[in-house]
Design a protein around this ligand. Structure first.
Ligand code: ATP
Length: 235
């Protein structure tokens, strides 16, 4: 579904991604983990088009994205749930969810998508008329995921959904993502610093270090890898 080949990107004179190649198959749940500053957010921004690729190639469902502007990419089925949620704090939960339904598929499926999101995150049903800025961090993350789902994406990309959340809340979000993937048959690409939890939810993982893929493999293999255990799992 998503193929990145030797992708280079950065800001001004500073290279950040230095030849990243990765694959996500239809229906897979893939985690990209790595330390602060490795380029995880830049990788997502390059896929969603707000950072330009310098060289290399991104293909999504067989289409080369190099000439597809960022604003078009959600219409191809790419939803990006950004780091820090980026909700509209003075709009309600419902209004924020509706902001995701800007694609043709999202408008067509709005009623069904809304019902499913409220089913996966029942607290949002109670809070539907509350201003997003007054929600807890975990509830805001649920709205951000719901807004992404409201576009009826083929690929849901989540940038550190657990950021700033208590462990139990983060665990709930990961558990819901696994459930959403199962029920909706969605493809998920996740970036995380909480490596153990991210790998637990995923089928496969990539370790991004200093703009390069240092390791990749099925999640069980990565969890057993000595380097991963020492550097990321504190063992
Ligand atoms: P974190 O988990 O801390 O967000 P990350 O792996 O997502 O880290 P990026 O946010 O992609 O890493 O940042 C990679 C590098 O690019 C860092 O050195 C960062 O300072 C730099 N960088 C990020 N955004 C910009 C920007 N807009 N302009 C210049 N440099 C940037």
């Amino acid at each position: 579904m998503l193929e990145l080949d030797d992708l280079h990107a950065g800001y001004g004179g500073a290279p950040v991604l230095k030849g990243v190649s990765l694959r996500v198959q239809e229906g897979e749940f893939v985690a990209v983990v790595g330390p602060n500053g490795a380029g995880k957010t830049t990788l997502f921004k390059t896929i969603s088009g707000t950072v330009a690729a310098r060289t290399g190639r991104i293909r999504f469902r067989g289409e080369d994205l190099s000439s597809v502007p960022a604003a078009r990419r959600p219409h191809l089925g790419i939803a990006h749930v950004p780091e820090g949620r980026q909700l509209f704090p003075s709009l309600t939960v419902m209004e924020n969810l509706e902001m995701g339904a800007t694609t043709a598929a999202g408008r067509r499926d709005w009623a069904e998508n809304l019902a499913r999101v409220l089913d996966w995150f029942p607290i949002l049903k109670e809070r539907r008329n509350q201003l997003a800025g007054t929600l807890s961090g975990g509830q805001q993350q649920m709205v951000a995921v719901g807004r992404g789902l409201a576009s009826s994406p083929h690929l849901l990309m989540l940038d550190e959904p657990s950021m700033g959340l208590a462990p139990a809340v983060a665990e709930f979000i990961f558990e819901r993502l696994a459930e959403i993937r199962r029920q909706a048959g969605l493809t998920i690409l996740l970036v995380e610093q909480r490596v153990a939890e991210a790998l637990d939810s995923a089928d496969r993982g990539y370790v991004l270090e200093a703009g390069r893929i240092a390791l990749e493999g099925p999640q069980e293999t990565l969890r057993r890898d000595d380097r991963v255990r020492q550097a990321y799992l504190g063992m």
